[in-house]
Design a protein around this ligand. Structure first.
Ligand code: ZN
Length: 427
């Protein structure tokens, strides 16, 4: 049932009334350097905070055996986080509305060279409408919005009239295993909302993502005898060239995938990290590099990985050095499929009305070329998942920032969505 105009106005005013506190909370989240494997303190903070707000807390570890046995689970490399997953649980007095998962991730990517930042990466400095910091956009502002959308209802003496699970996960930037663990733990609901920085749009479709490492080994010699030794760095460059052929081939198939219509170059391959060699005058005997490549929604991650392996094997057979020293491929992260959100769900209609009330404009939807935890809810829990959040800048880059006016509007839309989807009851 649509919200009454009076309740709607009360909720909008409640978000405004709590917004200074919400900004301070976002800043606090940004102050935690919660890079991969270092999310213990921030997960402790959120667990204590949600408990103080009256939620029951379920805190659990990621289960390597269960995750790697699942088709969407990713292998555990040595860098895999051991930080816990935290779920805050709200049960109403009377369950009359529709249940909901509010999800966010608190892991962030590395900051890179500090001298390339103008702002302190963990300072949460505010300049005009923008808050700066690693994770400000992706997605600590969204995490705070999850908490403060619920808090807005509480401020006017209300709470959701349905079960709400507030899921705080890690490993979103590397495997997606945190979100998958919440599903394996048994959590599901009638819809899920994830406030990733989506420029105030709803995600209609995204890509799947594969991560793997490639290692090339030769044998070392002095550069004066270079012809005799395999230069592993040169060889690695040729393997990268072969991988670029796959990227080009997959992009040429875009026409078979209607969800990417109008998107230029939907499949992106990134060589994100490279290391190799030991000395300027020694022919490098080894080189390792890290690859991230996307796949189309509907494609099986393992099929596409097998295609990559076959192409590299074939290429190596025709290469004088590589056929003696075949490159070794190891999957060390994302093994994730993409999803398409079907149009016309009730959840989307309710979010559309909430967005209209908060922004005075219709909700639009778009494509995301990045991995999203939303895939777990779409593909395995099989529930409508609304990936929708604020405007941001330089996510994964230098001087990452989030628009505070956008966060305020999105939080309003989220609070209205929760009130309408779950219904409300007095606290
Ligand atoms: Zn994110």
């Amino acid at each position: 049932m649509p919200l009454s105009p009076a309740l709607r106005d009360q909720i909008l005013a409640a978000v405004d009334a709590g917004f200074d506190e919400q900004i301070a909370y976002t800043r606090k989240l940004v102050s935690f350097a919660s890079q991969r494997g270092e999310e213990f303190a921030i997960q402790d903070f959120i667990a204590r905070d949600l408990a103080a707000r009256g939620m029951k807390i379920d805190r659990f570890d990621m289960d390597e055996a269960a995750l790697t046995a699942h088709e969407g689970g990713a292998p555990f490399s040595a860098q895999h986080s051991r930080a816990p997953i935290v779920v805050g649980i709200h049960h109403p007095k009377a369950e009359t509305g529709r249940s909901l998962i509010l999800q966010h991730h608190l892991d962030v990517v590395p900051v890179g060279p500090r001298d390339m930042w103008e702002h302190d990466p963990y300072g949460g400095e505010i300049e005009g409408d923008w808050m700066f910091g690693r994770g400000a956009g992706d997605m600590k502002a969204g995490a705070a919005a999850n908490v403060f959308a619920l808090q807005a209802l509480r401020r006017i003496g209300l709470q959701p009239a349905a079960t709400v699970y507030l899921q705080s996960v890690v490993e979103e930037e590397s495997t997606g295993n945190g979100a998958l663990q919440t599903f394996l733990r048994g959590y599901t609901a009638e819809a899920a909302l994830i406030p990733e920085p989506m420029d105030e749009q709803l995600t209609r479709a995204n890509v799947g993502v594969l991560w793997f490492e490639v290692e090339v080994r030769g044998f070392p010699t002095h550069v004066r005898e270079m012809g005799a030794g395999t230069n592993a760095i040169d060889a690695a460059q040729r393997v990268i060239g072969a991988l670029r052929e796959i990227e080009a081939r997959w992009n040429a198939e875009a026409g078979d995938h209607p969800e990417v219509a109008g998107i230029d170059h939907p499949i992106n391959m990134n060589i994100g990290l490279i290391e190799g060699g030991d000395w300027g005058s020694s022919v490098p005997a080894w080189c390792r590099f890290q690859v991230r490549i996307s796949i189309y929604a509907g494609q099986k991650a393992q099929d596409k990985y097998a295609e990559i392996r076959a192409h590299i094997e074939d290429f190596s057979r025709r290469d004088r050095f590589l056929n003696q020293n075949p490159p070794v491929l190891r999957q060390n992260g994302f093994n994730a499929e993409g999803y398409v959100l079907p149009e016309g769900s009730e959840a989307e209609a309710v979010l559309g009305a909430a967005h209209q009330a908060a922004f005075g404009a219709a909700l639009t939807s778009g494509f995301s070329g990045a991995y999203l935890d939303a895939r777990v809810y779409a593909l395995y829990a099989r529930i409508p998942v609304l990936n929708y959040g604020p405007k941001s800048r330089a996510v994964h880059g230098f001087d990452e920032a989030v628009s505070l006016s956008s966060v305020r509007q999105v939080t309003k839309a989220m609070a209205l969505f929760i009130a309408d989807w779950c219904g409300t009851e007095s606290v």
